[in-house]
Design a protein around this ligand. Sequence first.
Ligand SMILES: [Zn+2]
Length: 470
Amino acid sequence: MKNITYAFTAASAFVAMPQTASATPPPPLNYTPEILRDSALADDVMAYEIVEGLTTEIGPRQGGTPAEAKARAWAVQKLKSIGFDNVRIDEYRMPTWVRGEETAEVTAPFPQKLAITALGNSGSTGDAGIEAEVAYFPTLDALRAAPDGSLKGKIAFVSHAMQRTQDGSSYGAFGPARFVGPNIASKKGASAIVIRSAGTDYHRNPHTGNTNFETGVTPIPAGALSIPDAENLERMLALSQQYEGKPVRLKLKLTPKNIGMQTSGNVIAEVKGSNPNLPIIVIACHLDSWDLGTGAIDDAAGCGIIAAAAFRLTWMGQPKRTVRLLWAGAEEVGIWGGKDYGAKYVNEPHALAMESDFGAGKVWAVDFNLPASAKPVRDQITSALAPLGIVPRQQVAGGGADIGAIIAAQKLGVIDLQQDGTKYFDLHHTPDDTLDKIDKAELRQNVAAWAATLFLLANYEGELKPEPKP
Ligand SMILES: [Zn+2]
């Protein structure tokens, strides 16, 4: 590993910092989470380096593809060089869908091209493409209300009103246009569907993302229009109604294909705890990205944040609990890595899970799901985070996609360090998800919050799983 000089604002006692997790014996436990936190605030090396490395040396790395395999090899080398224990790859197989050509154009009454991208699992129009009348639905509920069979021979167009929200909740409200809209349109007989991108920017970048068809439902061609193009199409629909009643016709060419079962995998690394009897803490990000951008905010940033924080933990000697890093594979295309982790480690006792997968914006809130008995550690975490501008909320922490399976299997404790998502959906799943969007100061603030939280958790020996729900 490179010889890096770390700056300290509060830790004059730590002049010679160990450079690796494994090579240094544990010093006495006479430090504080504040030292970790403040040192992370002053440093911008590791988390940013990881984002830079993944976006530059690998680039787009869709689950199940050779690019994702390259990312795993890169990750192993990186995590070993940092000095983590037990660095390894857990492979699994998964069905894999890949993008083909993608074009859209209005052929009547106002001919022009539109910016489109296929949704993951979209069916193909074939090379000839398809041309059909557009059936407009201002909301997903309007599509749901359409009579069965009424979309036969038509291309459904579903719009929505996704907005900027700090907590990202608008994605939960309007994302279903993408998640389930195509399945609904197919069942009603549509020959294809286009949606307004689930996004908040006004660039001409369509936002991709997975959609899912139920077994037995035909995967029709399904694409997302950029938001300016979706609004243009809405204006055309309104005009055509107003003046001549002539239908708006769209020509679509989407030629993605399924390439069958491919290998994907999780990359695992650990900071080994001193007490093997204590259930472990798992912290997750995802290594794969969508294919359009280079996956800087989604989710190289998360991998950088958790690795930099776990590395800092090792500076303070060996923690009591093992902290395991899960750089999950194939999250975007179906959470294959998270599900594989949950199945593979179901019998290994875990205590708590955390995930970083909401970009690189500042952490602004912390949510907990801990037992009442863990109030002391919860209070310590809250006060360690307060100087970073992080407020405790009453919301119950839910975790994230990649830790969902293990949380459900073992009813784990969860802490969510909530990132500011105001700008996240400007970039999410677009070609614009690139390194230049990372704000180093905000990234450091994330590492600082994670480092302090992990330190307190990994040295807390009490129960972390919440009481069973009645
Ligand atoms: Zn993500």
